[in-house]
Design a protein around this ligand. Structure first.
Ligand code: ATP
Ligand code: MG
Length: 567
């Protein structure tokens, strides 16, 4: 490709709202341009990368026996009513009506379409297993689209849906897809962690996320320093915390605690560790047809984990309760405790089960109970509610856990029969009995991966593409377009490299050398070959983008040297 004929409108200006390198460089490098909140056009360089990433994914999915399909992006609401998700999916689901007043959605995910593709057509266990995948546009009306294409509203995803006659076969495919994801990410030059995850709005019995560790990531990943345990913070477990601190001594006695509203106040008032105080977190839970206050009780030195809390109460959404919500529920802010609490939904963290010598609010202004045992509650009140922290103990080996930032690039789910049962999609098993399909689904963010590759590899000048997967392998930079000798040499080398299958761009623009080098450093192809004054002495320069190391080579050896570097 000749840069003079290409379209990569590079600029020095970073988008105003951009904070992450991937967002800044993809826009400055003319890979993508914003078209509205969370909406992006892909320019030629962006499209080249989308296609390259898609090709890697397609090759690995095909190799694993999955079949490529395309589901329509606009889907009839009927299908979503069939699964029961039309009304319960949050505002991310963009719903609209056509001219005949029929409801439609723009697909945020395609479980329903996949079930409809096999329902009534795959009738026997003999036709199973089947794994159907697409690489296609998704739309999610994200509450906070940000970071450029890392969290867009419209984005490209590879999503696959598998159908099985048994849970064992589903598990086999689930493992296979994890291997496939590992191969894809390795081919893209990314280091990743596969971690236990929450299944979110997609549902099912088990899921794993593929996370690329990056300091700008939005996900918190918990991992053990001793064993292989790793989990997203939303699903992370730990060994129950213990303490050496002395417990308060009293027998469920009620104490006047004037103005002691926070855990800190209460712990100071009684001179005990926060470990022995029960913290009440009051939230407003939003259900399909109503909303109400829900109280979550955790230890004073713990934090409520929002996703765990949402799963515990089964609401569509949890928001902070305001003064009126608290008052309407008959709760006493600052003095709320589980003992004697009635008329309101509440959940207690598992680690408080059978805890003794605790202090909690007495549901009365300025009073707390001291020496409470958390033992007289039904089992279904107890849920895993707390956030795991740095220094907590591993649930599997007792090692020390640490928390790091990462970006989710893929998510694989064992759905089981959640969708096939809801949508009445069955096959006949070996005994001629109708059974719902066992299903898995497997997503990977194609457009997000492009940004992640930059988050994982860049410097203060621009992107640094790895040679495994880059828009171009090499840029030939002609430093002076007026020098006929340089132009002839560069054009000749360009043709030779193309013949060898090397993906090369020739910067033959009538621009100053400084402009060309800045653009090269911004666009970040793995190598550059600079044809400058040294050519008269038979010398050209190779630049390795990672580290910007420069080396002089003989101009007659350029073809051989570049082939060695790239092939
Ligand atoms: P997140 O927690 O980041 O919102 P998710 O759990 O909603 O992701 P999935 O439903 O599992 O994501 O979708 C599969 C993959 O699609 C994700 O792993 C991610 O790579 C990609 N993806 C999801 N949402 C977006 C988005 N808004 N923009 C770009 N890619 C996305
Ligand atoms: Mg999401």
């Amino acid at each position: 490709m000749r840069f003079s004929k290409f379209y990569a409108p590079t600029t020095k200006e970073a988008p105003k709202d951009a904070t992450l390198p991937s967002h800044i460089y993809l826009v400055r490098g003319g890979f993508v341009e914003q078209n509205g909140a969370g909406l992006y056009n892909f320019l030629p360089l962006g499209k080249i990368m989308l296609d390259k990433i898609s090709r890697v994914i397609k090759e690995e999915m095909d190799e694993a026996g999955a079949l490529n399909v395309d589901f329509s992006v606009v889907t009839s609401a009927e299908l979503w009513r069939d699964s029961g998700r039309f009304d319960v999916f949050g505002k991310e689901l963009l719903r609209f009506k056509d001219r005949k007043e029929n409801d439609f959605v723009i697909s945020p995910t395609n479980e329903e379409s996949a079930v409809a593709m096999v329902r009534g057509k795959v009738n026997s266990y003999k036709q199973l297993p089947l794994n159907l995948y697409q690489i296609n546009t998704k739309f999610r009306d994200e509450a906070r689209p940000r970071f450029g294409i890392l969290r867009g509203r419209e984005f490209v995803m590879k999503d696959a849906y598998s159908f099985h006659a048994s849970s064992d076969d589903l598990r086999r495919e689930f493992e296979l897809m994890q291997d496939v994801y590992g191969k894809i990410l390795t081919r893209l030059g990314l280091e990743y962690k596969a971690v236990a995850a929450d299944s979110g709005a997609i549902g099912g019995s088990g899921s794993k996320e593929f996370i690329v560790l990056a300091k700008n990531g939005e996900d918190d990943v918990v991992s053990c320093n001793c064993c292989k345990y790793a989990a997203n913070i939303e699903a992370a477990k730990r060994k129950p915390r213990v303490t050496d601190a002395a417990a308060p001594e009293a027998n469920a006695a009620k104490f006047l605690t004037p103005n002691a509203k926070t855990i800190k106040d209460v712990a100071e008032f009684f001179k005990v560790a926060e470990f022995y105080c029960i913290k009440a977190v009051i939230k407003k839970a939003i259900y399909k047809e109503y909303q109400k206050a829900v109280v979550f009780f955790v230890r004073g030195n713990d934090e409520l984990q929002d996703v765990k809390a949402l799963n515990a109460c089964g609401a569509l959404e949890l928001v902070d309760a305001d003064e009126n919500d608290v008052k309407d529920a008959g709760l006493v802010a600052g003095f709320c405790g589980p003992v004697g609490l009635s008329g309101v939904d509440f959940y207690i963290d598992n680690e408080l089960k059978n805890a003794n010598n605790m202090i909690c609010g007495a549901n009365e202004i300025d009073y707390h109970y001291v020496g409470v045992s958390v033992s007289s509650f039904n089992d279904d009140r107890f849920k895993d509610l707390v956030s795991v922290n740095h220094g907590d103990r591993c649930p599997e080996c007792g090692g020390v856990l640490s928390v790091s930032k990462g970006i989710e690039v893929g998510h694989v789910f064992m759905l089981g029969d959640k969708y096939s049962s809801a949508m009445n999609a069955t096959f006949l098993d070996q005994n001629g009995k109708a059974k719902p399909f066992m299903m898995g689904c497997y997503g990977i963010g194609v457009s997000r991966l492009m940004a992640v590759m930059i988050e994982a590899s860049h410097d203060e000048k621009g992107m640094i593409w790895k040679k495994q997967c880059a828009p171009f392998d090499l840029m030939i930079v002609i430093s002076n377009m007026k020098d006929e000798n340089s132009v002839n040499y560069a054009q000749n080398l360009y043709q030779e490299l193309k013949k060898c299958g090397i993906n090369v761009m020739l910067d033959d623009r009538n621009e100053r050398f400084g402009v060309k080098i800045n653009d090269y450093e911004l666009l970040g192809f793995p190598y550059a070959l600079v044809v400058g004054k040294g050519l008269n002495d038979g010398v050209v320069e190779i630049i390795k983008r990672d580290g910007l190391e420069k080396s002089q080579i003989k101009s007659q050896d350029a073809l051989k040297n570049i082939k060695e570097l790239l092939c």
